[in-house]
Design a protein around this ligand. Structure first.
Ligand code: KIV
Ligand code: ZN
Length: 515
């Protein structure tokens, strides 16, 4: 029986720390549910002490997720650890992940603490956490740039206090594979009680080597947990990408000799969900989840694949969840067929009212688009993930004119609560005119940080456009997403969806700063 590699997903914590990727509580829960379908072993749901919003998000995930372990990050102090424990109370399997920096640079310049103080604080934190939770993970932040001898003392103490997992972060993405692998191996050899903990690696991608470094940590160093994120989401150049690590270990089982418990067919749906929620588009040539990852354009390749698939393919697209743009439903499909398809796609709706609202949107779409694909349904449900109470602004109608030599003009009708508003504006293009019309009425004062359009299904101009709008206002950054066959309408929906998030007090999930 092969050893197991534990997959620890930190999309909702380290991934969310990426500027502009902050998510609402409901969005986080939706992604956590998908991570559970993906069967990740541990979901790092957030950093409970960083804000009330993040506390609520961790709590909600802990209350709903039953299979995966739910984890909260906590600095090495009693307040953070107590908040984490409180948020995790409802979890079926809970983990507290506590950390303190151990590199000279971080201890001296950031913490202003001596080595002995850091050692003592690490011990106290793990001891305190173990009194509240059986499953405790300890990380020495900036571990890879720490003095190995000092680091070994801290880790030995953390294990002695009861840490079950020791995670070594390459916080700034400085490592290279061979050196990182050896670093982990030598550290394990140096720590006398190393066999009493699972060793883990946590690599950032600043030099584009997060996946390679993590795999070296596993193969050379003997780590048995990898911390990673969907699509490699994360601060700066991101974190180690879950899909790449999982498929590398799965495809090269001959080399790694390890099992992963992941349901790989859920990888692409998870990638889409994270990309749609955060507005971070996946590059087409990204391994495993990029739109071109399984596309063969050259004649020689196509010919080879048709004769024998494995001439040019080392993985099967369907094994990672790519479905061949299946036409699933159409104009004549009924509510039951729609509901069943939602279930097949693993989409849980909390109430019949939610199903009805999504079905109404589906009917509306089917009137305008002859072929409805799985991707269309996922986008439609994305629209629906905003509950009525959060949907203060709603698009009712949009009319726009543009043409060569004409100044584009748009008129928009939208609801703000129970009040109907009409607004018109000119703009550089029809999208610009529509957003200006809405803004002339709402006067949010928000700054537009990102606008992007993507075709939901590839290969046809009939596809729906999916627009992401990122707004910044009063220290908050929010993403709005809208989908429609008409990209001007999709843009107005995305803008209103972002305004809804700015408007909603209940959804104030502050991006996780270090409070
Ligand atoms: O990169 C890092 O050092 C971290 C730790 C908090 C684990 O994210
Ligand atoms: Zn990190």
């Amino acid at each position: 029986m092969a050893d197991k590699l534990i997959i620890f997903d930190t999309t909702l914590r380290d991934g969310e720390q990426s500027p502009g990727a902050s998510m609402t509580k409901d969005e986080k829960l939706r992604i956590a549910r998908q991570l559970e379908r993906l069967r990740v072993d541990v979901i790092e749901a957030g950093f409970a002490a960083s804000s009330n919003g993040d506390f609520e998000a961790v709590k909600s995930i802990a209350d709903h997720i039953r299979e995966s372990t739910v984890c909260s990050l906590a600095r090495a102090n009693d307040r953070d650890i107590s908040r984490a424990a409180e948020a995790l109370k409802g979890a079926a399997h809970a983990r507290i992940h506590t950390f303190i920096a151990t590199s000279e640079l971080h201890m001296e310049k950031k913490l202003r603490m001596t080595r002995e103080q850091v050692l003592e604080q690490a011990k106290l934190a793990v001891r305190f956490a173990r009194n509240l939770c059986d499953d405790v993970e300890f990380s020495p932040e900036d571990g890879y740039r720490s003095d190995p001898e000092f680091l070994a003392r801290v880790l030995e103490a953390a294990i002695a206090e009861g840490a079950r997992t020791i995670n070594i972060p390459d916080t700034v993405g400085y490592a290279v594979p061979e050196l990182f692998g050896r670093f982990i191996r030598e550290l394990r050899e140096r720590v006398p009680n190393s066999d009493q903990a699972v060793w883990s690696v946590h690599c950032h991608n600043d030099l584009g080597m997060a996946v390679a470094n993590s795999l070296a940590g596993v193969k050379i160093g003997g780590a048995r947990q990898v911390e990673c994120t969907i699509n490699g989401l994360g601060e700066r150049a991101g974190n180690c990408s879950l899909e790449e690590v999982v498929m590398a270990v799965r495809t090269r089982r001959d080399h790694y000799g390890l099992e992963v418990g992941i349901d790989t067919t859920q990888i692409v749906p998870a990638s889409r969900m994270v990309s749609q929620t955060t507005g971070f588009v996946v590059q087409p040539n990204k391994a495993v989840v990029g739109a071109n990852a399984f596309a063969h354009a050259s004649g020689i390749h196509q010919d080879g694949v048709l004769k024998a698939r494995d001439t040019y393919e080392i993985m099967r697209a369907e094994d990672v969840g790519w479905s061949a743009n299946k036409i699933v439903l159409g104009k004549l499909s009924g509510r039951n067929a729609f509901k069943q398809r939602l279930q097949e796609l693993g989409i849980d709706m909390d109430s019949e009212a939610e199903v009805n609202a999504a079905f109404a949107r589906f009917k509306d779409l089917a009137d305008r688009k002859s072929e409805i694909f799985d991707e269309d349904i996922i986008a439609l449900v994305g629209d629906e993930s905003v509950t009525a109470e959060q949907e203060h602004y709603r698009l009712l109608a949009l009319d726009q004119h543009s043409g060569t030599g004409e100044r584009p003009h748009a008129s928009v009708v939208f609801a703000a609560g129970s009040v109907e508003h009409r607004a018109s504006s000119e703009g550089n293009g029809p999208v610009d005119a529509s957003l200006k019309a809405i803004e002339s009425c709402v006067m949010s004062g928000a700054e537009l940080m990102l606008y992007s359009v993507n075709a939901i299904t590839s290969g046809s101009t009939e596809s729906q456009g999916e627009v992401t709008v990122r707004l910044q206002h009063g220290g908050r950054v929010v993403n709005g997403v809208g989908a429609d066959p008409d990209i001007v309408v999709a843009s107005a929906k995305a803008y209103l969806s972002a305004l809804n998030k700015l408007h909603s007090k209940a959804e104030r999930v502050a991006a996780q700063g270090w409070p």
